[in-house]
Design a protein around this ligand. Sequence first.
Ligand code: MF3
Ligand code: CO
Length: 279
Amino acid sequence: MSARSIEIKSNEQIRLMRRAGLAVAEALNVMGSAVRPGISTAELDVMARSVLADHNATSSFLNYGAEWGYPPYPATVCISVNEAVVHGIPDSRRLAAGDIVSIDFGAIVAGWHGDAARTFCVGEVRAAAASLVEQTRQAMWAGIAAAARAARVGDIGHAIEQHAKRAPRRFGVVREYTGHGIGTSMHQPPDVPNHGRPRRGARLSKGMCLAIEPIFTLGSPMAVTLDDDWTVVTQDGSWAAHWENTVALAEDGPWVLTEPDGGRAELAARGVRVSKLAD
Ligand code: MF3
Ligand code: CO
């Protein structure tokens, strides 16, 4: 496969990617259950490493960047708190009640990658923050449902952007980071922007696997990278939420590889039936 061509997966390869997806789903579930006031983000990273070991998996994130001379990513999880948008590095910081925390995790099993993110509320959070988290989650599902029906990548971004526009509050839609193709490497073509025009962009086809990952903010969509070379924060200090799943577009429908139920419940609520591969 050339670096710029889209990798098409067989059903058998999609089943292998499911193993990576389940490792990611379990790690996110373990970390999400541990989110509480007082836990440090480094402690969450330790939990994720042990889930990797349980699944004979390795990290998609650890040392990421080294290949092209960028400072290697030093952890297995990206943990981004409040105004952090993505790529927060786990450290001794302790979560506090009222925080929101985005946890992004990627795993490799038998050479195939899974990549997903969830944003959790730490105890009670203010109403605007809770709404940001929930609407970003729903936008991800709108994007996944669109991918199931869509002809082109622009249909996915359009659905995500429309969800933001129709939400009860005005959210910033971060444009500097996009979803992506995924398979034998974490980031593959095509890019999957969180905005777009219907029937524009790369054509979707059976056997593609995509990471769909909206990032919304309570203010400006502009983001800047801190001096640690990784942590991305909003320019205006407003809070951000990030949800992501890895989705296979199988012959007979989508399979959300990083959800324990394959996306069945959330997609049924949106009129989409998942692939028989998920049975
Ligand atoms: N999971 C991120 C994404 O969705 C990438 C993580 S960056 C890394 O694209 F350095 F941690 F790998
Ligand atoms: Co991703």
